[in-house]
Design a protein around this ligand. Structure first.
Ligand SMILES: Nc1ncnc2c1ncn2[C@@H]1O[C@H](COP(=O)(O)OP(=O)(O)OP(=O)(O)O)[C@@H](O)[C@H]1O
Length: 229
């Protein structure tokens, strides 16, 4: 397997010297399913944001798909993001656009023709079990369904990496399982999945669980799926 993401001695502070992550060394291989675990404020979201070049390391190096995040120019960011499916906490669906239009959005950004965008968005909705809701508006869907739409929107570009920040927050067990099933489906197709979560019940699905605490990587564990960390 190839190293897809490699943090080497990465640290990141926010203004006012808030240390978000400190001296992180972590390698994630292509096709791995990795959970980032740890209490609130541990630095999980910051690691995901750095992989997407939303934040940059202050020190150390971070390689994503052969690109050095600290060096990447703004013109290179769309190219990086084309290979990423993002499910971030603050991203919500556009309430006045249909589910189909919401899922098509990333394809408009990359200039995909409308008819192709529609068929790919419908295929993505099928994969998350929601093709019959394509023409509904987001407020008519449950939170669990909306989160599955967010998964469809994240994978519609056929990314090599999916980054998900608390994708099952506020969902009941049944809906959390369906969201996770959708993510494991894409991992079985070779997509690397990195998921920040507090939800320990999800861990059985992972190849690896990376525990963070106050910005530091405490330890990694292999899960019931059986791979060694
Ligand atoms: N934009 C920001 N500006 C200032 N401080 C921030 C910012 N984002 C995060 N922090 C701080 O950085 C630290 C790490 O935050 P981060 O969001 O990465 O943790 P987390 O493990 O994802 O937490 P949660 O589980 O609550 O989402 C925390 O102390 C947080 O308050």
């Amino acid at each position: 397997m190839n190293a897809m993401i490699q943090f080497q001695n990465v640290s990141k502070c926010y203004p006012d010297n808030i240390v978000a992550v400190q001296d992180i060394n972590l390698t994630i291989e292509q096709g791995e399913f990795v959970f980032l675990a740890g209490p609130s404020g541990a630095g999980k979201s910051t690691l995901l944001k750095m992989i997407a070049a939303i934040e940059r390391p202050d020190t150390g190096t971070l390689q994503v798909n052969g690109q050095e995040i600290g060096q990447i120019k703004s013109a290179g960011i769309p190219f990086l993001r084309r290979n990423l499916g993002l499910i971030l906490q603050q991203q919500s669906l556009l309430r006045d656009r249909t589910i189909l239009e919401n899922v098509m959005l990333p394809l408009f950004v990359t200039g995909t023709p409308k008819s192709e965008a529609e068929s790919r968005a419908l295929a993505a909705l099928e994969k998350v079990g929601l093709p019959d809701r394509a023409f509904s508006l987001p407020p008519s869907l449950s939170e669990g369904e909306q989160q599955r739409v967010a998964v469809a929107r994240a994978i519609v570009n056929r990314p090599q990496i999916i980054l998900a920040d608390e994708p099952t927050a506020n969902l009941d067990r049944a809906n959390a399982s369906r969201v996770l099933e959708a993510l494991t489906f894409f991992q079985s197709a070779g997509v690397t999945c990195i998921i920040a979560t507090h939800d320990e019940q999800l861990f059985t699905k992972a190849d690896r669980i990376v525990f963070l605490d106050r910005g530091r990587l405490r330890h990694t564990a292999s899960s019931a799926k059986g791979k060694q960390a």
